[in-house]
Design a binder for this molecule. Sequence first.
Ligand code: AMP
Length: 590
Amino acid sequence: MLPWTTYEAMYEAALNQPEEFWLSAAQRITWKQGPAMACRERTDGWHDWFPDGTLNTCHNAVDRHVENGRGEQVALIWHSCATKEQQVVTYRELQDRVAGFAGGLRLLGVEKGDRVLIAMPTMIETAIAMLACARIGAVHVVVFAGYAGPELARRIDDVAPKVIIIASCSFQGQTPIPSAPALNDALALAAYRPQACVIVQRAACRTSLMPLRDHDFHTLEQSMPVEPVVLRSEDPLYILHTSGTTGHAKGIVRDNGGHAVALALSMDVIYGCEPGDTFFTTSDLGWVVGHSYGVYAPLISGCTSVIVEGGASASAIRTLCHEHGVKCLFTTPTQMRLMRQESRHLSEVILPALARVFVAGEYADPTLLEWARSYFRTPVVNHWWQTETGWSITAHFFGLPEREPVSLMNDIGRPAPGFRPAIVSSIPGEQCGEIVLSLPLPPGCLAGIWKNGAIRVPSAYLDETRRYYRTFDEGMIQANRAVHMLGRSDDVIKVAGRRISGVQIEKIIATHPAVHACAVVAIPDELRGQRPIAYVVLDSEAECMPSSEEIVARINEVLGRWVGLKEVRFVGRLPTTVSGKITRKRLLVS
Ligand code: AMP
């Protein structure tokens, strides 16, 4: 039973008595040593959550449910849209496999604090590898499986992983794409050398293991099981790279204690889920939603989590919801638009167990939400997220007894407990502007940025007073606290809910010797929300000019096809300010 019936009562409690609020929220998880303090400022000015608490996230996500009699409950259901395979794993089986693989990692020399890079598609083994790292205090770094050698190499050099784990292939549609070439390229390019690689052999495309370097995942799983180690709340659980304004992907660091508490609270108050419920996220495990709501939150809360490899069709989503009695579905507006398109050819859907559907990652227009509500015959709402925050900044709260009518839930909702948004604008009195968040951020948000082997204050996100976190999203706040989002204030582009920096694409295009200058901007896309378009100025004296197809192919090769670059416009010059800075916004109107 929650102690509040209304949103205001909950939000005010977190605002006015933050220590009491968060120490009480912390009781949702199992601690080795329970915290007596909620929040403490670090010497570098950032904040640690539950600094005197100790715990293990894997124990919270797996072992404690077995100890509490949920061993035979299904923990994970995996469906591959590429191969149509399905795997179902109970909490007891998950415990055995995770403990065994953790033992295997130990045999490879992985210890607390070491980084393990996981470049795999969404598979049961991906979740097992993540949880095994959490079990022994190693820091997992999950990298989207579609990255080519150079992007992978950059991440290898950034985090210096002791071990790299890959699957023998991933899939583009139904076509298997072997992973070994990208791994070998990356290792040839990277300055850092990992100690070992671990390969999940898949039937569709097995790979030969390189003697001394490679180990078989399923053999390592048979190792002597190891128990969860005791970690400090602020010890890092994972690093996840995301595109920022600078064009370099930043390693967002997440802690153990704050993360577990925030996710457990969110399952109660936002998603209204209880132990035993089934939660389904369509997100790839390589993105933040996959981390938080594919693996950690549902498992910490004793739910069953459905995860999928590859883009799920409307009929696949319906079938999975139906077969597994999904209560809560979490997807993207892009996925919803695809479903709307496909649903024209599908019969009516009746999913009695489905209680609510959430979307996030990009703008969802009210007509899309309306369509989804009538299609699923259930509440469908949008909420606002960032990789950096790890859970939703604003949301609609289905766990609270009193809430507004769903027909009014067309915006991104009101702040989750502990998030204190404000608007900053250079125009006095202007109600629209960049949305900033007062520090400290609530538990579960970034514990820092990974840089040169250490966790640093995320200075690039701080305003000049260093009292606010900059979201780089623009919007406005209503009197009832509801937030309206208008879009990004920087060059980040959201393609089908996934984030890519225009500058990151520009840097790759600019490596061609004939490219004199280039600029990448976002244009609206009917299905994917946005897609990038590149404006390129060629050096008229260069010997070998690239075609637009070559540029597109290069981006697909380095960053992956999901980036969706289809159009390259060759122009004579780019618009600039008097100081020579490219004015990307002017390209959008040209
Ligand atoms: P990511 O880190 O990939 O989750 O991307 C975060 C960014 O996605 C945010 O800064 C927003 O620009 C955008 N975003 C996330 N959720 C929403 C939403 N519900 N509505 C509009 N934009 C969103």
